[in-house]
Design a protein around this ligand. Structure first.
Ligand code: NDP
Length: 298
């Protein structure tokens, strides 16, 4: 079997066009622009690239964006004050703090300080709670991108055995939550899966991943999942992004797994482009929600 390649880049482009249309309608109706502010602390090269890519994507979608570049020596207190100002600024609809933060900063305290209605990464306890109850304000970008990819590639997960490998707060856990819901993020029932979550302490990982009809992998270990760990005919979504010998590779050994899976995402060009597309989607959604809140309270 040679797997169907799931083209995340193409789907992300479609979503970005949909967002651009919503942004144009918002601007015409309210004579203002949705605005995203990204806070970048220090000079981590990968973070600089991610933030630059977000700026470019915003610009293409018609979203105003600003990057606050702060010295590595910035303290937790400085950052909390900056976030308070952004929270209070009516012209700012979305705020994101680029991770990882330098180790001397209390990341949890910083993320908790972002006003939930502007928390377009959806990391705040309030937004995580709303998502887990199946009534999301925003969905975290990477897991939402995975759900959009499954949905738009017509891959149903209802009643299927889904195995998520990885339990981070930003990818693995929210994916588990989304697959478990009764209603999928696209508003219909592409959810309702039977879900198992694996992590570094899981015994005999392969015996569990081989049960998966849909295998979602986010562990940060290059080429970790091999063909022997995958059920023939499974759908495999590789969320990992790893640099190996100057090349980007996923957590799944693409060459061998694509011989047994029925569908697989490539790295690069799979889930990665969807993460930014969903950030844009959250930003226009934040602007719409804040606008209707203003009108209701006027
Ligand atoms: P984390 O390091 O926060 O979490 C990794 C998870 O994988 C942990 O739960 C860990 O278990 C688990 N794990 C590690 N090794 C194994 C193993 N051998 N077997 C089973 N589970 C294991 O990573 P993230 O979730 O932030 O990211 C995961 C990957 O996804 C990375 O490659 C990252 O670059 C990529 N990523 C891609 C994005 C995109 O846009 N496509 C966005 C975000 C991340 P434990 O909890 O026990 O430590």
């Amino acid at each position: 079997m040679t797997a169907r390649i799931l083209d995340g880049k193409m789907i992300a482009n479609t979503i970005r066009q949909e967002v651009a249309l919503k942004v144009a309608q918002f601007k015409e109706k309210f004579s203002k622009s949705p605005k995203l502010v990204a806070v970048l602390v220090g000079d981590d090269p990968a973070s600089q690239v991610y933030v630059r890519n977000k700026e470019i994507a915003c610009s293409k979608a018609g979203i105003e964006s600003q990057v606050l570049r702060l010295e590595c020596s910035t303290t937790t207190e400085n950052l909390l004050e900056i976030l308070e100002d952004l929270n209070a600024d009516d012209t700012v609809h979305g705020i994101l703090v680029q991770l990882p933060l330098p180790t001397h900063i209390d990341s949890r305290a910083v993320l908790d300080r972002i006003e939930p209605s502007k928390d377009v990464d959806a990391f705040s306890p309030e937004n995580v709670g709303l998502m887990s109850q199946g009534r999301p304000r925003f969905l975290p970008c990477t897991p939402h991108g995975v759900m959009q990819l499954l949905d738009r590639c017509s891959i149903p997960i209802c009643g299927k055995e889904v195995v998520v490998v990885g339990r981070s707060d930003i990818v693995g856990k929210p994916l588990v939550m989304m697959c478990l819901q009764k209603t999928g993020p696209a508003g219909h029932d592409n959810a309702n899966a039977t879900v198992t979550c694996c992590h570094s302490q899981t015994t005999d990982l392969g015996s569990i991943t081989r049960r998966a009809d849909v295998l979602l992998v986010a562990i940060g270990k290059p080429n970790w999942i091999n063909a022997q760990m995958v059920k023939p005919g499974a759908v495999v979504i590789d969320i990992g992004i790893n640099r190996l010998n100057d090349r980007l590779v996923g957590d799944v050994d693409f060459d061998s797994v694509s011989q047994v899976a029925c569908a697989i995402t490539p790295v690069p060009g799979g889930v990665g482009p969807l993460t930014i597309a969903m950030l844009l989607e959250n930003t226009i959604r934040a602007a719409q929600q804040q606008q209707s809140q203003t009108q209701t309270s006027a």
